[in-house]
Design a protein around this ligand. Sequence first.
Ligand SMILES: C[S@@+](CC[C@H](N)C(=O)[O-])C[C@H]1O[C@@H](n2cnc3c(N)ncnc32)[C@H](O)[C@@H]1O
Length: 283
Amino acid sequence: VSYDHHHKAGNLGDVFKHVALIAALDKTVVSTRHGPFRYADVFAGYAMNPVEPGKGQWEKGIKRIAGEALLKGNPHVASWARGWLNADGRAGATYPGSSWFAKEAYARRRKRIEMWLWDTEPEPIADLRKQFPEQRVHIFQRAAGRNEPGIRHADFVFVDPPNKKRWEEIHELVQHLDWPEEQSVLIWLPIGANTRLKPPIEDGKSIRIREQSGELGMCATRVLWAKGGPMIGCQLLYRVSLVAQEATREAIDAVAKNVKCARDGFLEVCHFPSCQEVRFPGG
Ligand SMILES: C[S@@+](CC[C@H](N)C(=O)[O-])C[C@H]1O[C@@H](n2cnc3c(N)ncnc32)[C@H](O)[C@@H]1O
């Protein structure tokens, strides 16, 4: 069964993913002097997703978080919310994908942009082509190769696969990026539960992935929002400038406060290394 992000758009995974992407990218764009800034999205998905009442996971994500308070606090959370909040402060008829948020981040800083987007499925590719007819957006219906120009010359690489199965390829891709010279990278991955332990904890593969990415000089933020079920949270792995790292963590912490208000339940945000833990024990 092929993966279709329309169903998942606007869920809690997207909330943390897109806030982190906007913060990390904004700070990287600001500190990059050359132009155009080059952005690569290896699993791009749709540029825009429909949001319909009674359908899809947005009802447990952005629908519960929506409110004008999002526009008044952290600037990166506000930028994210402006992408989908209606004038009445509720979730709108659409929710953007990562490439749309990325393009907005450049536009806000008035930077010239060149984008490389990959996806293997025809539907997201058709949507990306419709939304981004510009010459400077290169769209490919296939998997990205680590040696191709769009990856080798990217200033920022965003990696958002449908699941953890592609970790070995992703690890290899990150190994071949230039750091600390040029290339920033942000990866989002889901976290499942190890249900053999009571209470369940995160699955072993997620822990191993975080350790291996640490060996590649990456930092991580783990967000857990459930204690059981197929997906208990997500993690963001990032190798970005210190300024971008701080902004990413601040934006994640800021949006987590809104999630806490809206869900009134368990939520745990943990930053690695120098684990500045922010815990919200819930009822
Ligand atoms: C999690 S979704 C992307 C969501 C998007 N980045 C966003 O934030 O809105 C993962 C996407 O990867 C695509 N995909 C699956 N396998 C792929 C591969 N080997 N190379 C590129 N894209 C792939 C799927 O079609 C799907 O659209």
